[in-house]
Design a protein around this ligand. Sequence first.
Ligand SMILES: NC(=O)c1ccc[n+]([C@@H]2O[C@H](COP(=O)([O-])OP(=O)(O)OC[C@H]3O[C@@H](n4cnc5c(N)ncnc54)[C@H](O)[C@@H]3O)[C@@H](O)[C@H]2O)c1
Length: 403
Amino acid sequence: MSTPVIVQELTDITPAGPKISQAISVVIAIPKEQAPGEQRVATVPEVVQKLTKSGYEVRIEHNAGSNAYYDDNLFVAAGAKIVSSRIDLLKGARIVLRVQPPTVSDVEQLDEGTIIIGFMNMTNNLPVVARMCDRKITAFALELVPRISRAQSMDALSSQATAAGYTAAILGADNCPKFLPMLTTAAGTIRPATVLILGAGVAGLMAIATAKRLGAVVEAYDVRRAAGEQVRSLGAKFLELEINAEGAGGYARELTAEEKAKEQQMVSAAVARADIVITTAAIPGRRAPLLVTKETVATMRPGAVIVDLAAESGGNCELTQYGKTVQEQGVMIIGPQNLPARVPFHSSQMYAKNLQSFLALLVDKEGALVKEFSDEILVASLLVHEGKVHHGPTRDLLGGEKI
Ligand SMILES: NC(=O)c1ccc[n+]([C@@H]2O[C@H](COP(=O)([O-])OP(=O)(O)OC[C@H]3O[C@@H](n4cnc5c(N)ncnc54)[C@H](O)[C@@H]3O)[C@@H](O)[C@H]2O)c1
């Protein structure tokens, strides 16, 4: 399919982007997400408007945004073309933006050299990675974007963790048989509920802020001492332990056996007095740490709720089942799947802006697509290019092939 050359002033690709003029002829395609339960879409009309103004041709699969309440007509008004056939959409696309990893059958439809950007969940999608290699697709994995200040606007892990943390607090409140705020009424005084947040990273801090806004008494714990200041600044109590497990890159390191025992003791006491426990503790690339044992659950009040955001990576609670809600001695344990998809309007909006910022890295000062991926953010997030896998752990899992 031939692509018209669009000559236009290229402005405002990022909020702080430079003004550049150049001819570009780049088709960006946005397919409808097909993973079960996925409600998000990789772009929104507001971002489409900026991209088309910059000279891109944006094509959206019919109904791609309808689950997030961005109907086709809104995309058309923003300058996009709606394409009803997925095959037609993918053929001729220079860049494909998505939320979830592609399927092998989608990869088959792409032209050689197509750039695909989104979450890749690569270590769990090895056949797709291998196929992208064979078909000479270039793939950028948003989960590999480094957590440096310059990359904050493209940090989709953070934007989606924000959505997950908010939703976890709402889910906890919705399933709690109590009010969260203190109430003084003619029918008596209601004591506020206690919410405990384990893991005060991006999702945990958002869960704290949301629970505080709902009026709960909030306590939080994280192995990184630096998290204490952020927790206290949100008006929550930080549970202190004589451990500082801040490891490389600001992430948590794994605790020693002795540290784990001390942690268990303190966490168990806090869990027992909580009405809602939201767990978000994670260590990149490893099974989530076990923070709430079944013995600890047995000490909780009937009606208490655990929302385990780490369910996908094994769970912070011993009784969590990923994608399920279980009841244990009157305690509800929720192991949610894809929480950002429960607030698809805003999680898509944030994700779309992350992608808009990321796209700006792919365009040089003359407004042409870069030929070399030399920017450190591109280097770090490049998964597959010209038949080679650039992410070490994925390459190792593929048996060292495709280097
Ligand atoms: N651009 C940036 O500079 C940037 C962006 C996002 C996050 N960050 C930082 O990266 C770090 C991790 O963020 P994240 O939300 O992606 O983390 P994450 O999802 O990997 O982990 C969530 C939290 O769990 C905590 N945790 C791990 N093991 C624990 C245990 N045994 N007990 C209690 N807590 C435990 C971690 O310390 C972390 O705060 C934070 O310091 C965050 O501020 C920086």
